[in-house]
Design a protein. Structure first.
Length: 213
């Protein structure tokens, strides 16, 4: 009984944030607290990604994912949505603040695992480039862009700026890690939100998104 009441009030608080009742700094802190107050399984059960639920009603989607890593999220998209074409953009190189000595062999191993994970999906196209260099490899109109690349502010800002215009009417611009450890993501997303007067939506998975009506 206590736990059900606790979850009930968490949902109420989160709804207030979604409706813009608090500033982005409080959303950053509170989102981190709320996510860590509820188990992963409970989040999956009670707070399924709403953008996935909305897109599930559509067929033959063209999707772009920036930041592939092991390919587990791409696999999730393929399982949940009716995908016609999925473009996976990742240079499989460390860069910026993420660069570390000895990363080259590790990233090569990560790439191999991603390709092996998705090798049976003919609808998948790997684009081994930086997202800023991959635009010519992407169709002019897509249903979904999912941004989960370098989380530094300037990279998130540029990914949003470069790719938002590719999203067709009724499509979505989505990203990950609107959360306490990634202030660069939050600043870039809020900046776009303020500049475009779009309606920013969030969930307890750390996802953020804009629906392009």
């Amino acid at each position: 009984m206590y736990k059900r009441k606790y979850i009930f009030y968490l949902q109420k608080i989160w709804k207030a944030w979604l409706q813009g009742g608090f500033g982005f700094a409080s959303k950053m802190v509170a989102g981190h607290i709320l996510r860590n107050s509820v188990s992963l399984n409970e989040r999956r059960y009670m707070w399924e990604r709403r953008w996935v639920r909305d897109l599930r009603q559509r067929s033959e989607l063209t999707v772009v994912e920036i930041g592939v890593y092991f390919g587990d999220h791409a696999e999730y998209i393929l399982k949940k949505l009716d995908i016609k074409q999925l473009y996976l953009i990742d240079p499989y190189e460390s860069y910026g603040a993420n660069q570390r000595e000895g990363d080259r062999p590790r990233m090569s191993s990560v790439e191999q695992e991603a390709r092996a994970r998705l090798e049976n999906h003919a609808e998948v196209t790997f684009i081994k480039k930086y997202s800023s260099d991959a635009l010519d490899s992407i169709p002019d109109q897509v249903d979904l862009v999912y941004i989960d690349g370098n989380h530094a502010y300037e990279y998130v800002r540029d990914d949003i700026a470069n790719y938002n215009h590719l999203v067709k009417r009724g499509g979505m611009l989505v990203g990950h890690d609107y959360a306490w450890p990634f202030p660069g993501v939050i600043y870039a997303v809020e900046e776009f939100n303020q500049e475009t007067k779009s309606k920013l939506q969030l969930d307890l998975h750390g996802d953020w998104w804009f629906l392009f009506d």
